[in-house]
Design a protein around this ligand. Structure first.
Ligand code: GLA
Length: 579
């Protein structure tokens, strides 16, 4: 079946886009008063990060060799500026003043020395920390050391901080509060530093990540397989994380703040067939470029092959990523494994990625209708650096093999093409006085099984204690979903029960949170419920909330682990706004 996602184009909607973005309200009291820090990443950050290739095995010699290679390979001149040391650079203990210190074996001369070396190569220095009491590798985290750590990093000359979230559930802080705290202490330390939210895709676009940070992760860690690459891409450019009506997260990014589907694995694939491997590297890089994703290379630059270097430094493909208009591209056509993405550019032309994610060779066509053009248009091949002709109404890439793709630039220079229509605010958040059923809004984040609107998970009517609910959500096994707030709303009411069609012995638990699971602010908890439990009603007072998460967790009676078969229902959750 061919699914077409039509773009609706008008200048009026471009205006709506700006209104939507400025309408994303958060409850933060601290507002950056230093505008220069808000403009540190007007195009997606580019650099290299140690994690994807070296993991914990980093040291002074390797990092210096990578810095040298960033220069000699041409990466620096292609635009890669940050060299980021990920987890495991630090000693197991803080010093006697409570400051972080370098691992004495790996970095015997300390971190300032490494930073100076990186700077001496014309690069910028990035570093990793975690907002819990320990990092993902169980080294000292920044929790309760936020101020001293930001001051230490500033003193070392750090320009970019990746702030991770392992173990952060214990903080008791909202994620939005946590990251704002780091922004505050970065500014207090007086050094312009990019702040990168690493929270495995826990909804920073919903809770206002752009108030504190320049980029945020949209999904779990990327691995060196194309399955993982496509999954990460679909957390940002597809609907793994959001209601399909949004068509990806594009409307939440723009100059200054970016969706981050994680670091690049270009050059790390172990695919044997050289041609397929090259196609995979190009497919991955092309996707990241059209999605306006941060470009943090993650391969061993000391031994880079010509093919990988040419891909990572391809000027015309990078230019699509770095286009100053800063629109994140989106899917305009999907047919099984065949996809077309479009990113309107500042110069009036538009970038298009034609991608075959499958194994079978296929042709892929982009029609001008999909991308807001008509008539005869020039087409340029960006990987091949050549104009390929004038085409009328459409262009077809023939014989694209496994991961085969083409990056194109289509159209004449001139007035920029309109952006696609964003989801209006009132379709996904509470904008009006009175009663709003959450079932009339699109969720802006989800994880695990998506909730089913107005039906049980298996598509049947929702019936609780003999009463049929026209509105509600059907959940299964594990379903987490979040609605963006606007501080409007005084109460949240509704009913929960185990779906009456479920006759097993396992239990399920419903919880309602303010913000994400890291924040761990539980507003209401049903406790474990079984098929025999009476329905439970919630009636929660809301105050200063910036998003609401509904969750259902099935539990296996015998093992205590996740139960794959339990079904739960929310009966018409509603928000009541008094004024
Ligand atoms: C998490 C992050 C990764 C990496 C590791 C380091 O898993 O998501 O990107 O930083 O921690 O421990």
């Amino acid at each position: 079946m061919v699914k077409k996602i039509k773009q609706n184009i008008s200048l009026a909607l471009l205006v709506t886009f700006c209104v939507v973005l400025s309408g994303c309200v958060s409850t933060q009291s601290y507002k950056p008063d230093s505008p220069k820090y808000a403009h540190l990443a007007m195009t997606p950050p580019m650099g290299w990060n140690s994690w994807n290739f070296f993991a914990k095995e980093i040291d002074e010699a390797k990092i210096k060799a990578v810095a040298d290679a960033m220069v000699s390979s041409g990466m620096r001149d292609a635009g890669y500026e940050y060299l980021v040391l990920d987890d495991a650079w630090m000693a197991a203990e803080r010093d006697k003043n409570g400051a972080l210190q370098a691992d004495p074996v790996k970095f015997p001369k300390g971190m300032k020395e490494i930073g100076d070396y990186i700077h001496s190569k014309g690069l910028k220095f990035g570093i990793y920390e975690d907002r819990a009491f320990r990092t993902c590798q169980s080294l000292p985290g920044s929790f309760e050391h936020e101020e001293i750590d930001m001051a230490t990093f500033a003193a070392w000359g750090v320009d970019y901080i990746k702030m991770d979230s392992c173990s952060a559930e214990g903080n008791g802080n909202l994620s939005s509060e946590d990251y704002m705290l780091y922004r505050k202490y970065i500014e207090k330390a007086g050094r312009p530093i990019v702040l990168s939210i690493s929270d495995f895709g826990s909804a920073a676009w919903v809770w206002g990540g752009k108030e504190s940070s320049q980029l945020w992760r949209t999904g779990w860690d990327i691995r060196h397989s194309m399955h993982s690459v496509y999954r990460c891409a679909d957390c940002s450019g597809g609907n793994n994380r959001i209601h399909p009506a949004f068509n990806g997260l594009w409307q939440f990014a723009g100059p200054g703040y970016w969706n981050d589907p994680d670091m690049l694995q270009v050059g790390n694939f172990t695919i044997e067939d050289e041609k397929v491997r090259e196609s995979a590297n190009k497919a991955h890089f092309g996707l990241w470029c059209i999605l306006a994703s941060p470009l943090m290379a993650g391969n061993d630059l000391r031994v880079i092959t010509d093919s990988v270097r040419d891909i990572l430094t391809s000027p015309e493909v990078i230019a699509v990523n770095q286009d100053k208009r800063g629109l994140q591209g989106c899917k305009v056509f999907v047919d099984g494994n065949l996809e077309v993405y479009n990113k309107p550019l500042a110069d009036g032309t538009t970038a298009v990625l034609l991608l075959n994610k499958g194994k079978d060779t296929a042709d892929i066509t982009v029609t001008w209708e999909m991308i807001g053009l008509s008539g005869k248009q020039p087409v340029r091949d960006l990987w091949g650096h050549k104009d390929i002709g004038i085409f009328e109404d459409s262009f077809t890439a023939k014989g694209l093999g496994e991961h085969g793709n083409m990056m194109l630039k289509i159209g004449e220079k001139g007035r920029p093409l309109p952006a696609p229509a964003p989801m209006p605010l009132d379709k996904y958040t509470i904008t009006r006085k009175g009663v709003t059923s959450l079932c009339d809004l699109y969720y802006a984040w989800r994880e695990h099984n998506p909730p089913v609107y107005n039906k049980t998970f298996e598509g049947k009517p929702i019936v609780i204690d003999g009463k049929t609910f026209e509105r509600g959500f059907g959940c299964k096994t594990k379903t987490d979903f979040m609605f963006a707030g606007t501080e409007r709303g005084d109460r949240l009411i509704g009913t929960v029960a185990i779906d009456e069609s479920y006759q097993g012995e396992n239990s399920g638990r419903f919880r309602i949170y303010h913000e994400d699971r890291f924040a761990n602010r539980v507003l209401w908890d049903s406790g474990q419920m079984t098929k025999d439990s009476p329905a439970k009603e919630f009636n929660i007072e809301l105050e200063n909330y910036n998003c609401i998460m509904l969750t259902f967790d099935g539990k296996n009676k015998e093992t205590g682990k996740k139960a794959g078969d339990v079904l739960g229902v929310f009966g018409d959750p509603q928000i009541i706004a008094n004024d």
